[in-house]
Design a protein around this ligand. Structure first.
Ligand SMILES: Cc1cc2nc3c(=O)[nH]c(=O)nc-3n(C[C@H](O)[C@H](O)[C@H](O)COP(=O)(O)OP(=O)(O)OC[C@H]3O[C@@H](n4cnc5c(N)ncnc54)[C@H](O)[C@@H]3O)c2cc1C
Length: 458
């Protein structure tokens, strides 16, 4: 039972704002991206600085409150909120500093990928992130981070130079190669299990523009297209990234009208090498089929980074299932060809992310991310506006997943999982789980940070 004076003291200690049930902002503040998550936390602490985060961690621990951490609010299982507990909402912490000499960007944990891209673009520098500009840096970075720059520059975790972290005891620590190396190892894939990261220092890469965009094929020879694509991307130079999808073509630019709302398959390419070599790098794929449409050309990286935004609006119901696969083998391709064409609407589909190239250079025990041997990570996702659509859309996802899963590598990218139980978490970390549990035992023995793909303290 939290007594009123304690609440007042806590609220008074914040530079940010404490929102409680009954406050005008409460209804808006409790919402997260996935409409399926309808929880009512008792307190939402909109922290303004590190001191606020320390106070909020102490308050949650001392009062025995269930604690959620929220960056961009995109967690599909809704870990960024809870019923009856405290949410540390970092949305106000958006400070960013680019160091062009050192080639790093330091971003506070309330930043989205759009904020980071905006800040680094004028310097001709970028860092790997996710493919939707409204996703939070924090949650995505801590789980691994796959996007358009994975093959060229690695996962997001491969680009974390250091992080400032508020620990379960309310103290503050730096995690880097030189300081708290065990924490630094665990943060790079271990999710929000170890503390509240208040800022990230990320490595930047020279990237003045990319040669990028979608190629779209009809479904009649989807199997041949996917087979050709697998061969193509696996053998492509690391400077080329690809994301393959089964989708319903959105009714808008750049797609021609006759393709609008049609079920098709597509690859979204991103070439980061010299622009004049882009055309040659994508040609073989662009000529295969032939495609129904392609729109690949030079563009600023932030333009590519936001092309999926219109089909990922907040407030929809989201239902996802995912796996790593070692490669696009025959049964995996067969499964995609069977279920991909059933994609129910423009918001849903399957995204097959490449996790090869630079992402396969570190060893499987070098960071918490274990699946360095998997070349692809797919997520089958249904998004819809009406709850009544849930049964059929979710069934499509489950049937698709059940067909592919026996041929998968076993685990999934933790940021693509729903709340699917401990076995799935353990399978996703494989032999790194034991070390993660030991580190969790050192930094958070009471499992204060448990609203996540939870690693139980050893
Ligand atoms: C539309 C959409 C697009 C996506 N695209 C991609 C993609 O391209 N690539 C990719 O890799 N993933 C992608 N994802 C998955 C994404 O990585 C996860 O949903 C991730 O959790 C989002 O981070 P967030 O900060 O927005 O979420 P939040 O819901 O705010 O946070 C999720 C969890 O991360 C942890 N966390 C958040 N902030 C902190 C912090 N400061 N310190 C410690 N722990 C913290 C907490 O456990 C929290 O519950 C996408 C998700 C959505 C909904």
């Amino acid at each position: 039972m939290v007594v009123q004076t304690g609440i007042e003291q806590f609220a008074g200690s914040l530079r940010g704002q404490l929102i409680q049930q009954g406050d005008a902002e409460y209804e808006e503040a409790r919402r997260v991206h996935n409409a399926m998550i309808d929880r009512r936390p008792r307190f939402i602490a909109r922290c303004a600085d590190v001191a606020d985060v320390m106070a909020a961690v102490n308050f949650a621990r001392e009062e025995g409150l269930l604690l959620s951490i929220r960056g961009g609010g995109h967690s599909v299982p809704g870990f960024g909120t809870n019923d009856g507990g405290l949410v540390i909402d970092l949305v106000r912490m958006k400070g960013i500093r680019v160091d062009p000499e050192k080639r790093t960007v330091t971003a506070q944990a309330g930043c989205t990928w759009g904020d980071v891209n905006h800040a680094t673009e004028p310097f001709g520098l970028h860092t790997p992130g996710g493919v939707v500009s409204t996703t939070g840096v924090a949650g995505l970075a801590l789980g691994g981070g796959i996007g358009h720059l994975t093959r060229p520059f690695g996962l997001v975790v491969d680009n974390i130079v250091s992080a400032d972290v508020v620990l379960a005891d309310g103290s503050c620590a730096v995690a880097s190669e030189k300081e708290n190396a065990d924490l630094y190892w665990a943060l790079r894939g271990g999710g929000g299990n170890f503390g509240v990261v208040t800022s990230f220092e990320l490595r930047l890469h020279e990237l003045k523009a990319v040669y990028a965009g979608p190629i779209v094929w009809p479904l009649d020879n989807a199997g041949d297209v996917l087979r050709f694509y697998a061969e193509f991307i696996n053998n492509a130079p690391e400077q080329l990234n690809g994301i393959f999808a089964f989708l319903v073509v959105p009714p808008g630019e750049p797609f021609p009208e006759h393709l609008h709302n049609r079920n098709m398959c597509a690859a979204v390419l991103c070439w980061t090498g010299p622009l004049e070599k882009g055309e040659e790098a994508v040609r073989a794929l662009q000529e295969f089929g032939p495609p129904a449409f392609h729109h690949v050309g030079p563009m600023p990286f932030p333009v590519l980074q936001s092309i999926f935004d219109p089909i990922a609006p907040p407030g929809q119901f989201n239902y996802w299932k995912a796996d790593f696969v070692s490669d696009l083998t025959a049964p995996i391709i067969e499964g995609h060809v069977k279920f991909g064409p059933g994609t129910p609407n423009i918001f849903s589909g399957v995204h097959i992310f490449s996790t090869s190239g630079a992402a396969q250079r570190p060893g499987k025990n070098d960071t918490a991310w274990s699946y360095r041997d998997a070349r692809f990570s797919h997520v089958i996702h249904a998004e819809y506006w009406e709850a009544e659509e849930g049964d059929s859309h979710q069934q499509w996802v489950r049937d698709y997943y059940d067909t592919l899963h026996p041929h998968s590598a076993g685990g999934a990218y933790v940021n693509f999982l729903m709340d699917e139980g401990q076995d799935r978490v353990v399978a996703s970390y494989r032999d790194n789980y034991k070390r993660l549990a030991e580190i969790k035992g050192r930094y958070d023995p009471g499992n204060l940070f448990r609203m996540n793909q939870n690693i139980k303290p050893a």
